[in-house]
Write a protein that binds this ligand. Sequence first.
Ligand code: GLU
Length: 482
Amino acid sequence: MSVRVRFAPSPTGYLHVGAARTALFNFMFAKHFAGTFILRSDDTDEARSTEEFQVDILEHMRWLGLDWGEGLEVGGPHGTYRQSDRYERYWAVALSLVDSGHAYYSFATADQLEAFKQEARANGTSPAYDGTLEPERAEVSRRMLDGDGPVIRFRVPRPGSTEFTDLVRDEMVFDHVQVDDFVIMRSNNTPTYHLASTVDDVDFGITHVIRGEDLLSSTPKHILITEAMGAERATYGHLSLLMGPDGKKLSKRHGDTALSAYREAGFLPDAMNNYLALLGWSPGEDETLVALDDMISRFDGTSISRNPAVFDPVKLEWMNGVYIREMSDDAFVAVARPLIEADLGRELEVDEVSDLAALAPAIKERTKLLAEIPDQARFLFVAPETYDDKAWSKVMETPEAPVALGAAVEVLESLAEWTTTAIDGALRSMLETNGLSAGKGFQPIRVAISGSTVSPPLFESIEVLGLDETLKRIERARSLLL
Ligand code: GLU
């Protein structure tokens, strides 16, 4: 049996980090078993589904590298993989379920259902609607002729129960006393999620349904429909929901939840995947940094935790910093260059790209988010015209600043070789000669060359800037002090 799994987001919102984690788990599972990862659109909620959300979902799936072998855009044997294109099929199944007695027309109103619930509560019985109000056939025909639109409900067999072994939560038992005779087709002729999702899973030959725990109580319904269709049930796995660091359900209150926000803030897809994979799964003994291919070889759907997983942006940022530091200098320049060019509003010259590459190790060391790169690198390409106010008053308006700047010019000018080590040695002995601390002596130089007290390491920066440019910048700052 070849594994077939699906990710089935509803395009009613941007791709959420929790959904991305569900997609990733499905992707890894499919790859591990050399199966097929399918992307489908659960777009039956016409009022809330938009093309913009659909585009966002696809774009960010691709950004993460979670490529699907079948489904939206890439196609496959099952049409467009959009539920909105499959209404005829859902109708056919609903009608055949009515024919086979597994489903029935229902006119029960919201008031009647509410009264049923209240009575059940008063009697101490289950409030799950059990079909008590099912109309006779003759009544169905009469009311349909009168233009009354019925819904179609699934007839849940009672007494009975649905049991399954969940990939994550092991043995699950749902007593049908707790399961409503649920609606599969609405009176406006649209299928419900339960019907559309199950018919698709059956038709597309889905072997494993891996999805969020919020859908756990839907699963007995889906198994009932599947079996009523005469099909074989899939294996189900329900992933625990994501929490914020405060232990509450992850929401906007905790910060960004849309993947696009993380992409824009400068997270790397590799770091994102690595972090999301750890939310409820452990690749092995205390290991945290694991590349996707390596995770795939270990991810077989076992050892997924049922405990809620905490999505902690601080940890994610730390991990992103690690991934940035581990990039090769070439790879770093490739991602940094467009960001810097956008910041400068012009393209970098060839020698500027070499400067960037020369300073790459130092910048990587201090960067947690790609979006921080332009601030770190800007000084390489533009001499400061203005200086950070706070830095100026704190660092430059001191009696030591003119001494340090003047002495720095002298020692740098007379350097025999232009290397980080030589610059380091010369400036340190300049401190000693003038009785200056590193703070008092080096900070003015840093502000002079970069405009602020935050920049990559001083000696590397000076080396890459070159003697002429460094002296020019120090002299300019000096002149403003006089
Ligand atoms: N469309 C559902 C959602 O976006 C998921 C359906 C499923 O995985 O069964 O929550």
